[in-house]
Design a binder for this molecule. Structure first.
Ligand SMILES: [Cu+2]
Length: 114
């Protein structure tokens, strides 16, 4: 757990060092989604990224489930009370559901603009 967090921190620092603002117009801030009682706090979170940028978000959930990013078809398990992070290139434009897979509960709406 601590090691994973440290690895993520190092990866983030490495990314910043490797890319000192050169393509910052294409990247987006990390969106943090909090799931409470198996629902997204504040409603379904919009995440908008330009194609060619990176999709970055983290999910902290009070229930264990699998986070599924439709379209890109990425899956990651989150433990009860745990946090997971996604960081991937926005290669496909369109609108995609991000949900708690076993509950079919949408938590975020990903929009990648062409
Ligand atoms: Cu799904």
């Amino acid at each position: 757990m601590g090691l994973v967090a440290a690895a993520v921190a190092i990866a983030v620092v490495a990314f910043i060092v490797a890319d000192p603002g050169g393509s910052s117009h294409k990247s987006s801030a990390v969106t943090h989604i909090v799931v409470k009682n198996a629902k997204p706090v504040g409603g379904i979170k919009p995440i908008t990224v330009a194609k060619g940028g990176r999709v970055r978000f983290s999910v902290t959930s009070d229930v264990g489930d699998e986070i599924h990013v439709h379209g890109y078809n990425f899956h990651k398990d989150v433990k009860p009370g745990g946090t997971i992070s996604f960081d991937f290139p926005a290669t496909i434009d369109g609108q995609f559901v991000i949900e708690l897979e076993s509950r079919s509960e949408q938590i975020a709406a990903l929009k990648v603009t062409p």
